[in-house]
Design a binder for this molecule. Structure first.
Ligand code: HPA
Length: 270
């Protein structure tokens, strides 16, 4: 495992010839950030040794290295979800590579269902904490001590400093933001009304199918993490709301400019 990670990191390092300041996962709602980066290199996943391959036809996925707000960023366009059938090792492989590339900061974005009664569709939630309800833990198994410790402190999974910056940028740009707890379930079904109710009851504000495995692995390696979520639909035992993938994408597009403004602010100031 470690040999594979090293081989992949060496391959990428040889091409980009530098240490990026940030890794950024372009989840739903952040795709257009690609258009704002001055790209220096684009590496298709299919040409990167050991890199996982996407299951979606026509969306092969790529790493884009370039400059954003004066910082060096490595963007992941196309992520790997547990519900697609990948193992946790595969889902988190790119983040292991980012560690060996010595990238100190990670930004993750996603679409999620809101269960907090104060949330509306297309709102933006800064992730202040998470609850992991995925059925498999990415750090289960023999610990690779070159990457991080056996028992990982999760008291500041999401960087307080970056959250503060994001709040400031939102205020300055009149963007309404919430802070909240993201709960990760495996999917791929959206939740039943009773399940949305459970998410609310355990202290969640939003629920989704990604992000948490990546964040756990990043924290294992001591990276600073910033997470941002677009509320694409609302759920709860009291809400008669159906949800489709199209509606999720539509709401994500609506919130995208706000998310991009906040992420650029975080990149600039850290
Ligand atoms: N649940 C889980 N994942 C999601 C949702 C949801 O309601 N909306 C967008 N991704």
């Amino acid at each position: 495992m470690l040999e594979k990670i090293k081989e992949t990191a060496d391959f990428i390092r040889n091409i980009i010839q530098d240490t990026p300041d940030f890794a950024i996962v372009l989840g739903s709602g952040l795709g257009a950030l690609k258009n704002e980066v001055q790209a220096l290199h684009t590496l298709d996943y299919k040409n990167i040794p050991n890199f996982p391959q996407t299951t979606v036809a026509g969306h092969g996925g790529s790493l884009i290295y370039g400059m954003l707000e004066g910082k060096k960023v490595l963007m992941m366009s196309g992520r790997f979800h547990y519900y697609e059938g990948y193992s946790m090792e595969t889902v988190t492989f790119p983040f292991r590579v980012f560690c060996l590339l010595e990238i100190k900061n990670l930004i993750v974005s996603n679409a999620s269902g809101g269960v907090n009664k104060n949330f509306s569709v297309a709102d933006v939630m800064i992730i202040k904490d998470h609850i992991n309800m995925m059925p498999e833990h990415p750090l289960r198994g023999k610990n690779i001590s070159e990457l991080g410790p056996r028992f990982v402190d999760m008291s500041e999974a999401y960087s307080h400093g970056m959250i503060e910056t994001a709040e400031k940028i939102a205020r300055e740009n009149n963007i309404k933001v919430h802070q909240g707890v993201y709960v990760a379930l495996q999917g791929p079904t959206f939740e039943t009304p009773a399940e949305y109710g459970m998410i609310r009851a355990i202290g969640g504000d939003a629920v989704g199918m990604s992000t948490v495995p990546e964040v756990i692995v990043a924290r294992h390696q001591g990276m600073n993490v910033f997470g941002i979520s677009i509320i694409t639909d609302l759920g709860g035992p009291d809400i008669a709301f159906s949800v489709s993938h199209e509606e999720v994408l539509h709401a994500a597009d609506k919130a995208m400019p706000n998310v991009i403004t906040i992420v650029k602010g975080v990149v600039k100031n850290h």
